[in-house]
Design a protein around this ligand. Sequence first.
Ligand code: 6PG
Length: 258
Amino acid sequence: MSDALPEGHRLRIYSDKTALMDAAADYFTVRLGESPSGSRVALAGGRTPFPVYERLSAPTLRNRVPWKRVRFVLTDERCVPVTDEESNFRMANEALFAPLGVPTDRLIRIPGEDSPEKAAEKTHKLLLAWAQRVPLFDLVVLGLGNDGHVASLFPADAWLDFGVRLAVATAHPSGQPRVSLTPQALRSTRCTMFLVSGADKAEAVRDALHAPEASPRHPARMVSMGSTLWLLDREAAYLLPEAWRTEGEDAAEAAADS
Ligand code: 6PG
């Protein structure tokens, strides 16, 4: 196991989940507030980011970002109807898109109601249009499963060579069909932010950060090759070497560094 943080990766560790969510929202506003030409963001699904998205759309923060110049896509989707509580779009729409009034022409919605293959093909084609400008994204936000998956790339999938595909059909180990942006798409970004909370993620955080570069058994290292900021609470970080623990002060300073 390497004892140095992977090159390009930085950590900010916060005392608890509330402080982590506050810092992540601040980081967003600094990263996206600075882009006069507009930004493209890939947003994590799951439960962790919901409070961050709520903070961003709240009156206190919403005016810090030129939202009318931000385009969005989710990093992955469960193949369920958009009304299903499992839907990542439903989560992000409730917390962010609807409160901000994001129009459909600034959103790539992965059509989870379609078959996984059809939804992946539609998403791939829409992302290809974005790929006229590289990198594809200005910011990619990712969570981390306690099995080490990111987006809907599960450790077994990470072996797969998706070639030039930007979105593919995958499946959760439970069998739930998914669509995920590929490592190739997720790597094409100015910066990556991992947002991880809770002791149940601590082993996955430790293993990802100790894994070799681009390790196929660790999707987190397949999708982040450049400037990567890990925003963690103490519970998620407790298995990391003491020497790595930069107590999370001002996330804006972290954003300015990345
Ligand atoms: C998904 C997510 C996934 C998520 C992790 C962590 O659709 O499940 O995109 O990659 O980020 O599973 O999920 P929690 O934030 O709910 O712990």
